[in-house]
Design a protein around this ligand. Structure first.
Ligand SMILES: Cc1ncc(COP(=O)(O)O)c(C=O)c1O
Length: 399
């Protein structure tokens, strides 16, 4: 059968995530993997969830196993309104809805906003899952460089002017402001304010994707971009994947009432509703103060792991390598001398039984071949040092 002929134009554009394929190699026995973006399984509150699940099944089993509203359970959304309120986001019930992971929210944005060729401005580098979600809808992704304070909003504005002059249709700016995946950097407060001004001036949307905001090891928490938004230009999304359990596939969006309504309509035909069961668990978890007690435990574990990785890099990495020192989140970003390709080096790394994700995967302009992303949250403390020692050996050989 000629399936190629049968595929839609949309399906032809779909790309398998390079990370997912690399993950298979990195899961070979004995390989120490810094490649995935996985939380540490020891950070999952298994016993607490067991207790809560029993309670929910006893008290409201009929509801837990039933279909629910597409926007999410009303009581859970009300809880989320309070939850985001603590971060300075003023939302009403109509502004908040629940999704199956923030990956679904990114896909819904594609469905609702992207026509073939529409420009989306993204960081250089940026989250690969967003790149793939937007490309599937035919977006033209244009990169804006980052520095240690996140996206260069001065260059962002220049890019917008340049693209407008060429008559391009620019729809939105996608950003992961806090402990960005993959670079680990934070968008400074000034830039958070400025990016809203730019969105208003040019009438563009901002997608603020915030999975790592709560995972801060040090420094003051910064206001969300959404908290500066008075005109409905910001679509904020956050997830329970990194602070509770990615297996719940639970996230939420805060947007203007109009945009929320449209995205909920799009979601209706995707899945009818987010599982009611996991919403009830997460709701119970927040309402009864478990979350407040749990997050500091994750922070303690991840901070320790970051420190072990940074110390090992100081000790083993050769001169000529640079890396970020993230103040939270799950990743750090490494820049090698220009002549080293982390794509070519990957085979050597797998032979040495260590894995990473090459940085080019996160660059929409094809640059970044001398960079890589390292995850420090998933490996055990002991394996982090050994993995960095192996990686340093591979780099030195290439140098
Ligand atoms: C920036 C960013 N957005 C979205 C996601 C997807 O998260 P979820 O598990 O909520 O779909 C991730 C996961 O790594 C991420 O890093």
């Amino acid at each position: 059968m000629d399936t190629e002929r049968l595929y839609s134009d949309r399906a032809r554009k779909m790309r398998s995530s390079e990370i997912r394929e690399l993950l298979e190699l990195s899961q070979r026995p004995g390989v120490i993997s810094f490649a995935g973006g996985l939380p540490n399984p020891n950070a999952f509150p298994v016993e607490e969830i067991r207790e809560i699940v029993n309670r929910i099944l006893d008290e409201e089993g009929g509801k837990a196993l039933q279909y629910g509203p597409t926007a999410g359970l009303k009581e859970f959304r009300e809880e989320l309104v309070r939850y985001v309120g603590r971060e300075g986001i003023k939302a009403k019930l109509e502004n908040v809805f629940v999704t199956v992971g923030s990956q679904q929210a990114l896909d819904l944005i594609g469905r609702v906003f992207i026509n073939e060729g529409d420009v989306i401005l993204v960081g250089l580098p940026t989250y690969l899952g967003a790149i793939n979600a937007f490309l599937a809808y035919g977006a033209n992704l244009v990169g804006v460089p980052l520095d240690e304070n996140g996206m260069r909003v001065d260059l962002l504005e220049e890019k917008i002017k340049e693209l407008r002059q060429k008559g391009e249709s620019i729809k939105l700016i996608y950003t992961v402001p806090t402990f960005q995946n993959p670079a680990g950097v934070e968008l400074s407060n000034d830039r958070r304010k400025r990016i809203v001004e730019i969105a208003e001036k040019y009438d563009l949307l901002i997608v603020e994707d915030e999975p790592y905001h709560a995972l801060r090891f040090e420094g003051e928490s910064l206001p969300s971009i959404k908290s500066y938004d008075k005109s409905g230009h910001v679509i904020y999304m956050a997830t329970f994947s990194k602070i509770l359990a990615p297996g719940f596939r639970l996230a939420y969006v805060v947007a203007s009432e109009e945009i929320a309504r449209k995205m909920i309509i799009a979601k209706q035909s995707v899945d009818l509703c987010t599982p009611t069961f996991t919403q009830l668990i997460a709701h119970y978890y927040i309402r009864n103060g478990y979350m407040e007690k749990h997050i500091p435990k994750i922070i303690e574990m991840y901070k320790r792991k970051r420190d072990i990785m940074l110390e090992a890099m100081e000790k083993y990495f050769p001169d000529g390598c640079k890396w970020t020192k993230p103040r939270g989140g799950m990743f750090l970003w490494v820049e090698l001398p220009k002549h080293i390709s982390t794509i070519e080096m990957f085979q050597d790394a797998v032979k040495e039984k260590v894995a990473y994700v090459h940085g080019k995967a996160f660059h929409v302009d094809g640059s970044g071949e001398n960079t890589m992303r390292l995850n420090f949250t998933n490996p055990s403390d002991e394996l982090i040092e050994e993995g960095i020692r192996r990686l340093a050996k591979v780099i030195k050989e290439r140098m």
